[in-house]
Design a protein around this ligand. Structure first.
Ligand SMILES: [Zn+2]
Length: 334
């Protein structure tokens, strides 16, 4: 924001430090406040029973079987976090990602179990194929090409199985063209006109996803995702992506990753005025932990500063692995 000369008086009449002298006063003039209700907590669901396996590059983040997920969701709700987003890792992967749209897949089972045992928690599902395909790509592969339209058809099918299982919102993360309208149409035709879509609208081909791919076991076996995810250098293109998703019926738009793309979050919020989410991704999380473990930074302080910067940039909602720790800090501060 530009400062006009008239906005600020001159020294010594004006001393900007006056409002910073006590914590009470600083708190009274604080412009941005984090709230636990801003957070969405990501969870990784795996087959089996009693499974709770920590992801080595993401301290405190686990792959969990459905029963463990239910317990985790109860903890999440007790902390005041309103929502979780599920990612599924099937026991069997194939070329077409069948596990993604299996009515009895891991995510579909998790939704039913959590709905029953932890009512009131808002359940979001990630809609993509990369955790379910043997090649690790987000859609169907023909030759060297990741095929758009046939993949979109499978994503619509996946979203419908999530809605049927009881999901409160679906979140397509693939970045294929036309997926939002395809999912919207499929949900509407099958009696789910009120299930909202949170689209990963501006998702960049980012190196910050590294630890997630360990957690979701979704590293592509060949090639990369640059033919569908965005080039980190572009922001005008992000506006086009978001505009298209809004026209197709997205209810919430997301920017991913968050910290290296705060300018994009800001532009999206200013331009569209849509409910805007930002995904504070695994690499952003892992870096803070790694530096804190070395004693190089203060974990809590950097975590809270990171989250408030994302909100200050314009995000209304933050998907973050910090959600539980940040909720505890916010509770203490109250
Ligand atoms: Zn994917």
């Amino acid at each position: 924001m530009s400062t006009h000369p008239t906005d600020v008086g001159s020294y010594p009449t004006t001393r900007l430090r006056r409002l910073r002298m006590t914590e009470t006063l600083r708190s009274m003039v604080r412009e941005t406040r984090l709230d636990t209700s801003d957070f969405i907590y990501p969870l990784f669901v795996v087959p089996g029973k009693g499974v709770k396996k920590e992801v080595s590059s993401m301290p405190g983040v686990f792959q969990m079987s459905v029963d463990s997920v239910v317990r985790e969701c109860a903890d999440v709700q007790a902390l005041g976090i309103p929502a979780v987003i599920f990612f599924g890792i099937p026991d069997h992967k194939d070329e077409v990602g069948s596990g993604a749209y299996d009515e009895n897949g891991v995510v579909q089972q998790a939704i039913r179990a959590v709905k029953k045992d932890v009512p009131g928690l808002f359940l979001i599902t990630d809609v993509c194929l990369c955790e379910y395909t043997s090649h690790g790509h987000c859609g169907i592969v023909k030759g060297d090409e990741i095929v758009n339209d046939a993949s979109v058809e499978l994503l619509a099918r996946e979203a419908l199985t999530h809605a049927r299982a009881g999901a409160d919102m679906v979140a397509p993360s693939d970045m294929f063209d036309g997926r939002v309208s395809a999912i919207r149409a499929r949900l509407d035709q099958n009696g789910f006109p009120l299930i909202p879509i949170m689209s990963y609208a501006a998702k960049y081909a980012s190196g910050f996803y590294g630890p997630f791919r360990e957690a979701a076991e979704s590293t592509p076996k060949f090639g990369d995702r640059r033919s569908h995810q965005m080039d980190p250098a572009n922001t005008d293109e992000a506006m086009r992506e978001v505009a298209q998703d809004v026209m197709e019926g997205a209810d919430i738009v997301m920017v991913k990753p968050a910290l290296p793309y705060l300018d994009v979050i800001h532009r999206v919020k200013q331009r569209f005025g849509m409910p805007t989410a930002a995904y504070n991704v695994s690499g952003e999380f892992a870096m803070v932990h790694a530096a804190a473990r070395n004693g190089w930074i203060d974990y809590e302080r950097v975590m809270m500063e990171t989250l408030v910067s994302i909100k200050r940039a314009g995000a209304d909602l933050i998907l973050t692995y910090f959600a539980k720790d940040a909720a505890k800090v916010l509770k203490r501060q109250r």
